[in-house]
Design a protein around this ligand. Structure first.
Ligand SMILES: [Fe+2]
Length: 253
């Protein structure tokens, strides 16, 4: 099963470079990777505003229309003003955006299985939604217990867990406060853990008892000539991935 990981789009208006870059990404994926499941680990927008969600939804719509699956989960910027100030109705606006884009209605953990790959999406923002929490994340006891149950369920060949917050980089005010508990829940039972939040791309193998741990950078940030994302191939419990370069002039694959 092919999976593409995007994160931290941070789109507010059609004039943003992030919007143009997202159009390049969506165009590339719909041309070359319609067979992929697309997972987007939060921070779609900057300040949880309805107008922002409308713009980013419009940009992402071709993925939902043409690709195998689009799975989303919230980042702190999707619930809060500037990512750290509680916004009245922010979570509701995210859920409305998500339902319009992906048709998903159920809460988190949101779980799907495709071709033997179990995909578990978490909400790391709802339990840390007060202004005093700043940009921190929390999974919470109830969600962790549900994750533990899902990780025992069925017999998928590969189990993938996804969330917005970085689970072991403890930046003050940005950290996932129950990261230790989450990692203990995943140990020995998760093949691939995906997240974003810090805008720093990185890969770890066989740490915390998890097969592969992968942080996406800010997907809508280009270097001089390219955008970057990872394409995973998940077969029989084996995780393969490659870095995918998307030319800003539309030329490359
Ligand atoms: Fe974030």
């Amino acid at each position: 099963m092919k999976l593409i990981h995007l994160s931290d789009l941070h789109v507010s208006t059609r004039d943003d470079p992030e919007y143009r870059n997202l159009q390049h990404i969506v165009d590339h994926i719909t041309r070359h990777h319609q067979d992929a499941a697309i997972v987007i680990t939060g921070d779609f927008v900057n300040s949880a505003k309805a107008s922002e969600f409308e713009v980013v939804r419009e940009a992402l719509a071709p993925l939902a229309e043409h690709c195998r699956l689009v799975m989303t989960m919230p980042g702190n910027h999707d619930y809060k003003l500037w990512g750290n100030v509680e916004s009245d109705g922010g979570p509701e606006r995210f859920f409305e955006f998500r339902e319009k884009l992906t048709k998903a209605r159920a809460g988190y953990p949101y779980v799907m299985e495709i071709n033997g790959v179990q995909l578990i999406a978490l909400d790391s923002c709802m339990a840390a939604n007060d202004t005093v929490d700043l940009a921190r994340g929390k999974i919470g006891y109830a969600q962790r217990m549900q994750v533990a149950d899902y990780l025992e369920m069925g017999s998928p060949h590969t189990r993938v867990v996804m969330l917005h917050h970085h689970p072991f980089y403890r930046d003050l005010g940005l950290e996932l406060v129950d990261a230790d508990e989450l990692l203990a829940t995943l140990a020995g039972r998760c093949d691939l853990l995906l997240f974003g939040h810090r805008h720093v791309s990185a890969v770890w193998s066989e740490v915390f008892g998890v097969g592969w741990i992968v942080a996406a950078g800010k997907s809508t940030r280009a270097d001089a000539s390219h955008l970057h994302c990872r394409v995973f191939e998940l077969e029989a419990g084996i995780v393969n991935y490659r870095g995918n370069r998307i030319a800003l002039d539309g030329s490359s694959v």
